[in-house]
Unconditional design. Sequence first.
Length: 279
Amino acid sequence: MMTAVVAALSTAAILAGVLLVVLSSRVSSRRSRRSRSALPEARRKVLLLLGVGFVVGIFVAMFTGLVVAVLVTPVAFVGVPYLLGGGSGKYRIQRLEALESWTRTLTGLSVTGATIEQALSASYATAPKEIKTELQHFLQRLDAGWSTSKALSAFANELDDPTADFIVAVLAMSTTMRGPGLADALEDLAGIVAQEAQTRRSIEADRAKPRSTARWVTIIVTSGLVCFALTGYLSPYAETASGQALLAVFIACFVLLLLWMKSIAKDKASPRILEVTQS
């Protein structure tokens, strides 16, 4: 019996490690889009889900004899919400719309004859919430003695969007070639950003169907596994170590397929225009 338990836990540990690596890489790829203050809260949420899942997994293992549930259940508590998530497409569209609104504000301020630094500082009060944190960091860097061009480069890195790079490039050029024409350039850019947002909204609508399919498949598979475990349908796998190992392999295959389905409808980030530098 002890050999069966050790074998099942070892197999489950391998499965849990693979899934946690995949999930952590997904979170890391979006780290630049989140404020640093939000990261501890995300970690606490993940740890809470892992803890609750571990407790639930123990009860499932005691009730069904499936020792593999002790480690699979915590991973499921973290992984299923990710699989059911809608992706970052809507967030990108909201960011673009915020950039359009902010660019039009800069256009109005530039017409009054304000310098680029004055316009950027004055735009903070009415800046959309989607870019307000990044703009605040930009102004803090200026107050700390950064040059406008370096602060703009860091601002572009935090926004992490190719369309935002165009706006930052125009602003950076205006710091070295000051004079009339900035308002017209910003007005043209605002129109380009609005068109880009409309295009991405159309693409997001096309991706909604495969994303919905992946979400329903995840719900059906997860619900089926829970029902099978509670009704004793999986009890033959609990009798031997090889059976529990085989069950862990089946679950891993299901999860990999679900991840693959989600990746098909994933909104992939476009390449940056400006060179990425460390701030």
